[in-house]
Design a protein around this ligand. Sequence first.
Ligand SMILES: Cc1ncc(COP(=O)(O)O)c(C=O)c1O
Length: 385
Amino acid sequence: MSEKIDKKILLASPHMSGNEMGYIQEAFDTNWIAPLGPNVTGFEKEVCAYTGANYADALSSGTAAIHMGLMYLGVGKGDIVFCPSLTFSASANPIIYLGATPVFIDSERESWNMSPVALAKAFEKYPNPKAVIVVNLYGQSADYDKLKAIVDEHHVPILEDAAESLGATYKGVKTGTIGEIGIYSFNGNKIITTSGGGMLVAREKKIIEKVEFWATQAKEQAPYYQHKEIGYNYRMSNVVAGIGRGQLKILDERIAKKKYIFDYYADAFQDLEELEMMPIAAYGEPNYWLSCVTIKPEYEVRPKALLDYLASKNIEGRQIWKPMHLQPVFKGGDFFSHNPEGTSVAEDIFARGLCLPSDTKMTDEDLERVVTRVSWFFGAEAARR
Ligand SMILES: Cc1ncc(COP(=O)(O)O)c(C=O)c1O
């Protein structure tokens, strides 16, 4: 193997298409350097056309979109909001911004997403949460038919956190459009990026109108600055939206490359008895944002040891999200487990899981370098045992 030690293999980095500068140049040429303009409107329309969403509002981040979405659903002081435990903290933080209390739900094994079993348990104790946040983790859809059967019985709305799953489908439907409100993130590490940004999508126009009102400082219709509500400065810039328009053109290409990376690892690790790929549920097609693996329970090796070894070879990986119910900031929060004996699937995935480099700029040589290093690591580990 001809290893280039100096070349760092990244987990996931921005990957421009070449179309972006045209939109940015146009914004400069027409002086639309503002948090509104043709790129913002164009990007919203194009995301709707791609996802099948009816209406969209481009915002400054996915976190801002969750904040606005929960606010629209009426979440406020003293309310309960259900949220998966296995996710990034930005799924849960806006619950706190609004003075509400998160109740964390365990994962199911099949997709690592919200467990319907744990969700049903949570409803037994808290029959009236204000909203349920469902996340499509690592680019794979949650099992909405099962979740909705429970949630609909209680007449609670779903806010779909599709920050990581733009382009993924559930039974042929694009993720982000399944809940009452959906959100996407265009952060630098996402499948497409605007350098930083987000979008809220919804079936009903009135949702978008209200969110846009709040996100532009809640300015009332009046000949002077008149405010009846607290506003936010959350709209996406017209320059940044230009990057998004250029990126959206090659989203399907990026998904194809992400799948190629996942399949490459799956094929290469088929005979590596210590590792398992993240399960892919039959009901949908992920966007394969990050290729994740778990070390089988019978092996004592921890993800950190493998990640440290890869880092020493200039290969970047990450541990799986640390569950929210284990985070110091959410200490004391209620948590409902999937397993009858109370042990947690999310904790187990965290203890054994990691994300391998999934950068769409990786060459076959880069992929081979990762595969070889992972295999060598386990070979060396086996020799030690
Ligand atoms: C699951 C999830 N939710 C929300 C967010 C927040 O998105 P943003 O970084 O655009 O605020 C992210 C990513 O950052 C995420 O991975």
